[in-house]
Design a protein around this ligand. Sequence first.
Ligand code: PGA
Length: 250
Amino acid sequence: MRREFIAGNWKMNTVTKEAAALAAAVVKAAEGVSHRVLIAPPYTALHAVLPVISGTNVELGAQNASCELAGAHTGEISVTMLADLGVTVVILGHSERRQIYFETDELINKKIHTVLAAGLEVIFCVGETLDEREAGRAVAVVEEQLKNGLVGVDASQLSRLTLAYEPVWAIGTGKTATPDDADEIHAAARKTVATMYNSELAENLVVQYGGSVKPDNVRELMAKPNIDGALVGGASLSADSFGPIVRFNS
Ligand code: PGA
């Protein structure tokens, strides 16, 4: 049985006061829900959010991490530093990291290894661009990112990895993949994981959809058999929109 998982990626938004207030509102919204709920504030707000969520069912995520553990890496943040601030899950491979900051499949693979080896969890993002979708390559691109990202990842580590399918053309654009389109990609990704590992691990893999998830489309998406959660950007920045997403099934 896969446990549903709703995550909010705040991206480069909120200063500490705003972050603490938003976290408190998410804690309230998440009261009593049985699925997983996570918020990923910017690095600079992690220390302000931790005391607000500790002892609650809301988990603390980071939006990225270095592939290195320490040393001369100006501007980087290590997984050890994140764990020290209470982070338990790290988002890796987000399309903004891939596209704006040129992160390659190889680097993302290295980061996945670093985070898993440190005992934390990963939300691993994959997704095609509009050009790739229009060329009929959506499934192939997702499969390739998935295979490259998981090189050398042991089957025993896979239970600490959530996959997030985020079509690049749907992020922050108001365009959402139809639930059927998203479900089709999720099913294909699950098949790839079955080929790489085995069908039981593929069946147990939690796959989130991300890209303009809103209160008015979350139910329809979550009703699909292969959609187990949501990775929410814009709509996670206000309790008015993230609250109903968190409580999508109540
Ligand atoms: P969006 O972002 O919900 O604003 O489209 C999703 C994401 O980038 O994770």
